[in-house]
Design a protein around this ligand. Structure first.
Ligand code: ZN
Length: 241
């Protein structure tokens, strides 16, 4: 998906998403046309809707916060667990349209001993020291596809910059929509097909019996073959496409 990107801006969004998920402290989205300096991040100022803190542990959480602030709109293109596909991990592709360019500013807040004792005394105290730790590059307006893998936790694998709306584009990539699995034995010539992530094989143009991968004998992980359920002598290989 990344190799087939239309432009190189995906790298910018990828870096920004990584920035916001590993920051561990506030990461503010700011318009690149507005000068944002240290005084703008005073801890005792009210929250500014145009400078939201988008720090989150997950990419989806960061995108939600950017969306709430009107910087992006998102749409899930694909959400697939490994049991729904012939893949070892689940995968998610999210289409993101950046409506307004933004950059991220990382800010770290610290409490001095005086502020600490105020907090103890009054139950609350603002941080009295803060510094800008990092700034991301500007993420340009435009279309992006965000790819993540994993069934239970999502790991960001890449962002593709696209020249336009991308409905259906990922599914046209070779090998992306791996929805069929052909199985065949070289000894007896029996052939089977399975569809849609299922591991139940039905005979394909021959009179062999149907079978399930889980019931197969002698599974060889190195050659990715199993003993042929039809002839018992040959090996059955697989072709996912
Ligand atoms: Zn066979």
């Amino acid at each position: 998906m990344i190799d087939n990107a239309d432009n190189l801006w995906g790298r910018r969004l990828r870096d920004a998403l990584t920035f916001a998920t590993v920051a561990g402290s506030p990461a503010y989205a700011v318009s690149p046309y507005v000068r944002a300096g240290l005084p703008d991040f005073r801890p005792d100022l009210p929250e500014r809707p145009d400078m939201p803190d988008v720090e989150d542990r997950s990419v989806a959480g960061v995108l939600d916060k950017l969306q709430a602030a009107g910087y992006v709109t998102t749409r899930t293109m694909l959400r697939e667990t490994s049991s729904q596909s012939y893949l070892s991990d689940g995968r998610t592709v999210t289409a993101v349209q950046v409506l307004r360019p933004f950059a991220l500013v990382g800010v770290e807040y610290q409490w001095s001993r005086e502020a600490d004792s105020r907090a103890i005394r009054y139950g609350h105290a603002y941080a009295d020291r803060w510094e800008i730790t990092d700034r991301s590059y500007i993420v340009p307006a435009g279309w992006y596809l965000v790819g993540e893998i994993g069934d239970y936790t999502a790991e960001l694998v890449g962002v593709a910059g696209m020249d336009g709306d991308t409905d259906g584009w990922v599914f046209e990539l070779e090998g992306f929509d791996a929805s069929q699995c052909a199985a065949g034995c070289q000894s007896c010539g029996a052939r089977w097909m399975a569809y849609g992530g299922s591991w139940h094989f039905d005979a394909d143009d021959c009179d062999a019996d149907a079978w399930d991968f889980d019931d197969a004998d002698d599974i060889d992980d190195t050659s990715n073959t199993v003993a042929c359920p039809a002839c018992g002598i040959g090996r059955v290989g697989f072709d996912i496409y």
